[in-house]
Design a protein around this ligand. Sequence first.
Ligand code: FE2
Ligand code: FE2
Length: 168
Amino acid sequence: MLNEKMEEALNEQINRELYSSYLYLSMAAYSSSIGLPGFAHWFKVQVKEETIHGMKIFNYVNMQGRRVRLKEIKEPPMEFGTPMEMFQKTLQHEQFITRSINDLVELALSEKDETTASFLQWYVEEQVEEEENDNEIIDKLKIVGENKDALSALDAELAKRLPPDDEE
Ligand SMILES: [Fe+2]
Ligand SMILES: [Fe+2]
């Protein structure tokens, strides 16, 4: 069973995951507004990923017989600059999330809550993937540079991103 400190920390993480979802939804809207529907699609898939991340913790807290507390989700920015700047902001946000997951693991271990530490391992690995995805796109954007045709080819590629599996 979770102690109160762990319960509170996991509730905070639910909020961070839902904020991530909200942030990426705003990036999807921004991408549409600058004529990049493939980028918009990529971010909409990311919105679903983040919702799943939040729901997995939601379910875990419930399963442990504790109470989920939903907090206010702060308003995300509306403007994100160039596609490169937008993906750099995405990477920075994921690095922040990685740190928050690491802090949760440390807390679980210091509270001698092995169950939660083991539950969090999925997130540790997921964050490696999240940062890798953003780094790959940043590398592609470096090659694109100022080339409009290359940007539109990347937009077409991002349009093909598949939605996450529901079982996750
Ligand atoms: Fe996440
Ligand atoms: Fe994420």
